[in-house]
Design a protein around this ligand. Structure first.
Ligand SMILES: [Zn+2]
Length: 108
């Protein structure tokens, strides 16, 4: 009889996964479960949380500047320009955050 490599209970040949500890037993089950998780793939996960506020700050600054820049323009420009700058400012902040994350990753 085979034994589970993790918890040492007796195993049926048909089983792909140990019913006691969920250890993957067959090569197919191991492939399905995936290898060991090496690193976190979330965006800029290697930098501290306050760096992630950069896009919000740049977006708000861009919107405020855009709003003051078009005070004396037509209604349509005043309606459209600040929100566009909000989006572009947020995107610029994401690029800054990406740059910081890449620099930090090289150092480590
Ligand atoms: Zn087990």
């Amino acid at each position: 009889m085979d034994l589970c490599p993790n918890c040492n209970i007796g195993l049926d040949r048909e089983w792909d996964i140990c019913p006691n500890c969920s250890q993957a037993l067959s090569p197919e089950a191991i492939k399905q479960a995936g290898g060991p998780r090496s690193r976190d793939d979330r965006f800029a996960a290697n930098v501290a949380w306050y760096f992630h506020t950069i896009p919000f700050i740049t977006a708000l600054i861009a919107a405020v500047f855009a709003d003051s820049a078009v005070q004396n323009s037509s209604a349509l420009v005043r309606l459209l320009f600040p929100p566009i700058c909000l989006i572009l400012g947020g995107f610029a902040g994401l690029l800054i955050l990406k740059g910081i994350a890449e620099i930090t990753e090289k150092k480590n």
